[in-house]
Write a new protein. Sequence first.
Length: 222
Amino acid sequence: MKIEIIEDDRLLGQALEIFLKKEGYETVLARSCREARERLDPSVSLLLVDITLPDGDGIGLYRELTERGHMPGIFLTARDEEEDMLAAFDAGADDYVVKPFPMKVLSRRIRAVMRRNEGSAGRALTCRELILYPERKEASLAGQPLPLTPKEYRLLELFMRNQGRVLGKESILEQVWDVDGQFVGEGTVSVTVNRLRKKIDICPGQESYIQNVFGLGYRFGE
């Protein structure tokens, strides 16, 4: 698997290259928006993008590089600000890592992002009036775009790929929150499920898409 590193800090860029090669990845290193455009090729599977680059904005660059189709992306930044995080996720990024970070944690996040994106291209997922488009990371309900936060989208995709199965809260934490799951509790799952319910259960009298299974977790679908 090939990863393109877009990072203007020379020492960090070199450290990322060395570490990722030891982890078994091929790497391409770019230090600016211009270099990133020049060095991107179809064999790249993941982008690591610094949010602040010398000749432009990493978020805008990511939008540009992925305008022809989704490519998994993780933003690297020294700014731990909610506004930046939301802008990154709105651009379609899969994760956001604040500097400084342990290389092993970054490796875990890369594996988690690639695992979520395995087999994501292909046919849409459907359930009643819900349609989910994994390649575009979008969903619609009754023919209308469905606005979802990144966690709500991941949760919905997990449910729609496991229709009819009971999913426990611990399993959902592991698959939706990944390495962050150790820092959140099962109550977070309940809150996110309830938010998702409010967005998709809009037809009066219709059975909820998400059913509680007492003592076990949730079942999605018919």
